[in-house]
Design a protein around this ligand. Sequence first.
Ligand code: UDP
Length: 238
Amino acid sequence: GEPKVTYNRVMLKISGEALMGDQGFGLHPPTVQRIAQEVKSVRDLGVEICMVIGGGNIFRGLAGSAQGMERTTADYMGMLATVMNALAMQSALESIGVFTRVISAIPMDQVCEPYIRRRAVRHLEKKRVCIFAAGTGNPYFTTDTAATLRANEMACQAIFKGTKVDGVYDKDPKKFADAKRYDKVSYDEVLQKHLGVMDASAIALARDNNLPIIVFSLDEPGGFKGILAGQGTYTQVH
Ligand code: UDP
């Protein structure tokens, strides 16, 4: 039957690359639509949903600075890329009847709302999907840290990180056939072994606030809804 979901409010973090489908760059609208459908199916259960989408499908600060661009400028470009992805997701969600708000850490009032914590909480209570854009608003951070920060501020019960792999492995499963997936792993082990879940500042921020991170594949057959019900394969960082 219908999977039983016990969460009331969650953060869904996806990388920008998840939106590019099989293309090497940018946005693949059918892929954005598919993820929007997954979000809708969870919203329809009454779960309050926060989202953070990365910008790596368009621009990454580190890549820009490696090519000689000033780092902070490159990071602001990366943050702007996340706004484009957030707008694409907003459009896809609203086209299937899901009310949303794009809320930016960098004010750009003609495009989306500025981040005001109490206002964002109110949107969630009204069952609007809140898409938090422009990362933390600061260079030298990532959208993983932004997702952890907003998840804490919004009192989410967990962060669900949708990736291309179905959890956290002891080594890269695409390179090593004997890579082992963890069912559960502690924040400290992730930090000590440099397991590629999220960057260290995001992991530390989750650890210090006891915020569980659930790493799952966006291609999981049961979808995001199944993962929320504890089905399928995933890793819980706790
Ligand atoms: N970024 C930033 N501060 C933040 C979040 C993001 O400077 O708080 C910049 C940074 O340059 C980063 C880019 O935005 O490379 C895109 O974000 P990220 O790399 O986290 O995207 P993802 O890998 O999730 O697609």
